[in-house]
Ligand binder design. Structure first.
Ligand SMILES: Nc1ncnc2c1ncn2[C@@H]1O[C@H](COP(=O)(O)OP(=O)(O)O)[C@@H](O)[C@H]1O
Ligand SMILES: [Mg+2]
Length: 434
């Protein structure tokens, strides 16, 4: 790679004090470079530190450790060549569209007449000419985000940072805006030399990026990288794009070694169990076992057969992987022996098998079981589990993950959950099983 480096991060660490006063490391040893004429997408789960990383590059917060530079100069505060677009739009409601856009220039001390001209140009570029006098509340969400983008572009940034800029919008609006941005970039109608997009939407990153960087969670580290050579505009339904989506998903759920991290990772309490209900796991397994697949199916075919969108199908595949029932390789889901046993078994035996796989492979299920056994009455409050999980992930994520573990454990007849008392109780059958 000979292209000039615009932004460079070296061994960046960042932590925050948790409510109990302990320091929680959010980013650890992050190395990242943005080169001239490239779009880089940063992908990671919620809470992995993506926004924090962007804010560090934008000079809005400082790193605790490491170097952050823009064209070789250390970043200590906001930099003139770097602009950011926020998920929340971050517009001032009492200012007109034109005034909101001019704001970016006011900070740079640009004279009034020039401000006005540049803001009008930026609004025209992004498809908002004629709306300068409107107030943000008079605009739709998609148009408001166009204002957010115009406010960033008006400063002619060399580096544009976009923090989930499309995810607050409905799907179609988000896609249109994304495609408009890509057109501006590909036709070089903006001076921006490099774009860093943060997203948790795999398809979005595959559609946009020249390079995808995957951030792991707790702490956030650069885990994997993928270069995408496909020319833009890309067709979201094309085989190439679907295969890349499957590949990136596999990257996000597997470690670099030969063991799937989905299997190894769930042995840790902090593993974010994927959102997959037992019914869906079962139907995908049955489908996989049956004609015409007979134990092996491409994700594209599975998506077609199940009519499930990627964001539902992927977690199911991940769950099957960590339960040791099927695994993903090269965009294909392949049945494992335990999965085949499961499909062949009758209901009661299925539940036993499921229990065994959960106990052998899911730390959270074991954590709950240990807590239940330690209590003379075999009772454990949901709060005890959540408190522990909240040290490892953010509160919403903790609740979501616990919900998955509760559903799986109930199906496996390991424990029960009472929605009124919010307590878990040990199933007698669960006591003796080794
Ligand atoms: N200013 C802050 N003070 C304390 N904790 C923070 C602050 N900013 C972010 N965090 C924590 O850092 C973690 C990563 O946050 P964030 O960078 O927003 O992740 P992402 O954008 O990937 O969802 C989260 O657990 C969040 O609660
Ligand atoms: Mg974020």
């Amino acid at each position: 790679m000979t292209a000039e480096t615009l932004i460079e991060l070296k061994s960046v660490n960042k932590g925050f004090k948790a409510s109990d006063g302990t320091l929680r490391t959010v980013l650890e040893g992050v190395d990242l470079r943005l080169h001239d004429r490239e779009i880089v997408a940063l992908l990671g789960r919620s809470g992995s530190g993506k926004s924090t990383l962007l804010r560090i590059i934008a000079g809005l917060v400082g790193a605790d450790h490491g170097h952050v530079t823009y064209r070789g100069q250390a970043i200590h505060g906001p930099v003139a060549g770097v602009a950011m677009v926020f998920q929340s739009f971050a517009l001032f409601p009492w200012l007109t569209v034109q005034q909101n856009v001019e704001l970016g220039l006011e900070a740079q001390g640009v004279a009034a007449a020039e401000r006005s001209r540049k803001a009008s140009d930026a609004l025209e570029l992004i498809g908002l000419s004629g709306f300068g006098g409107a107030l943000p509340r008079e605009l739709s969400g998609g148009m408001r985000q166009r204002v957010g983008i115009a406010r960033a572009l008006v400063t002619n940034p060399q580096v544009l940072l976009m923090d989930e800029a499309f995810s607050a919008l409905d799907v179609l609006t988000g896609q249109t805006l994304r495609d408009d941005m890509l057109e501006l970039w590909d036709e070089q109608r903006i001076d921006t030399r490099s774009i860093l997009v943060v997203s948790h939407n795999i398809e979005e990153t595959v559609m946009m990026a020249d390079r995808i960087v995957v951030l792991s969670s707790d702490p956030g580290r650069v885990r994997a990288e993928l270069r995408i050579e496909l020319p833009r505009p890309r067709d979201a339904d094309s085989e190439e794009v679907r295969a890349l989506i499957a590949k990136v998903y596999a990257m996000m759920t597997q470690s670099s070694g030969s063991t799937p991290a989905a299997a190894a990772g769930a042995l840790e309490l902090g593993y974010r169990l994927p959102d997959a209900d037992v019914g869906s796991l079962e139907s995908v397994l049955e489908l996989l076992a049956d004609e015409p697949f007979k134990g092996k199916a491409s994700l594209a075919r599975l998506a077609e057969e199940t009519e499930l969108p990627d964001d539902e199908l992927f977690p199911i595949c991940e769950a099957l992987g960590l339960l040791g029932m099927a695994h993903l390789v090269d965009g294909e889901l392949r049945m494992d022996r335990q999965g085949q046993h499961y499909v062949n078994a009758r209901q009661a035996r299925r539940q036993d098998l499921f229990a065994r796989q959960c106990r052998g492979r899911v730390a959270l299920v074991n954590f709950i079981l240990d807590g239940l056994r330690a209590d003379p009455g075999g009772v454990l409050s949901e709060k005890t589990v959540l408190d522990r999980l909240e040290d490892l992930m953010d509160d919403d994520e903790a609740e979501r993950v616990l919900k998955v573990a509760v559903e799986w454990g109930r199906y496996a007849e390991l424990y029960e959950y009472d929605f009124h008392t919010r307590q878990l109780t040990l199933r007698r059958e669960g006591v003796g099983v080794s």
